[in-house]
Ligand binder design. Structure first.
Ligand SMILES: Cc1cc2nc3c(=O)[nH]c(=O)nc-3n(C[C@H](O)[C@H](O)[C@H](O)COP(=O)(O)O)c2cc1C
Length: 263
């Protein structure tokens, strides 16, 4: 049985919730899935103050006391994760963005490997596909295996035809996600992901030291020596490209020694 958790960032239970419910019910009927819906508005999600303690010293040094760790634990214990939001001003809703900012340190120290992610966006007219792209990129940055999300268009009042279109988009999306849940959890990384990993880990190795949580996290995970975040079999081309990226990064950040500031 796979556990799927949807994190929904909206103050009202309308079109985003409709899509999320349809999506999860479809998954359940496709088999072997149980789900939970987390309304971000039912949790304490505070606004990041930008102190960067989490980046430099560790997330336990965050001055905010909210439900961040409860929500992270929910993701950690799930096989599949969905981020759902209405399109507000061509972006995610404010509560969803606050939630993402609370996860900021995870982009530095990704951890959701082996889990499947997708996004659901409800829009009125325009801009939702870019929000889907954004959220899918966020999912990748957090370490998930991403299944392309979906955007549904909902204007009130809604015709039968419009409702049918939404249902069909969500149905296709749930089928793709269900298939994604049974894919190998640790796929061989794409060249893009591999190069990203190598550039970041080499920059950290060269420019940071034991006083930085990013450095100790990567070191303790063995990521300074590893092929990738998790054990994988790289082909000859990827091996060579990875080494080249390591070499090139060490050379270019080495030249800027002392100027590196953790973002
Ligand atoms: C503050 C606000 C900003 C919005 N901005 C956009 C937008 O940029 N593009 C768009 O297509 N719809 C926009 N909408 C419409 C919502 O995306 C649309 O009504 C959506 O269905 C809301 O989801 P909900 O029914 O789950 O609340 C906006 C709505 C609000 C309240």
């Amino acid at each position: 049985m796979k556990k799927v958790t949807a994190f929904v960032g909206t103050a009202r239970k309308k079109h985003t919730y409709y899509a999320v419910h349809q999506f999860l019910d479809n998954l359940k009927s496709l088999g072997d899935v149980e789900y939970e819906i987390i309304a971000l508005t039912d949790h304490r999600v505070e606004m990041c103050r930008g102190c960067k303690n989490c980046f430099r010293k560790g997330e336990e040094f965050c001055p905010l006391k909210d439900d961040r760790d409860v929500l992270i634990e929910k993701m950690m214990t799930s096989d599949g994760v969905v981020f759902a939001t209405p399109n507000y001003s061509y972006q995610v809703s404010a509560i969803m963005k606050m939630f993402l900012d609370r996860l900021g340190f995870v982009f530095h120290r990704p951890r959701f490997f082996g889990k499947t992610f997708t996004s659901i966006v409800a829009q009125g007219i325009y801009g939702g596909s870019k929000v889907v792209k954004y959220l899918d990129f966020v999912g990748m940055g957090l370490g998930f295996n991403v299944v392309k999300g979906s955007c549904t268009t909902a204007l009130d009042p809604m015709s039968e035809k419009e409702r049918g279109k939404i249902d069909s988009i969500v149905e296709g999306h749930s089928k793709r996600f269900h298939a994604g849940l049974s894919q190998p959890p640790y796929p061989v990384p794409t060249l893009f992901k591999l190069c990203g990993f190598r550039a970041v880990r080499t920059s950290m190795r060269v420019m940071l030291d034991e006083t930085s949580r990013d450095f100790t996290y990567y070191r303790d995970k063995g990521w300074f020596e590893a092929d990738y975040f998790y054990p994988t079999r790289l082909g000859v081309l990827k091996k060579a490209t990875g080494s080249l990226v390591d070499w090139f990064t060490a050379r270019s950040v080495g030249k800027r020694d002392g100027q590196f500031e953790e973002t």
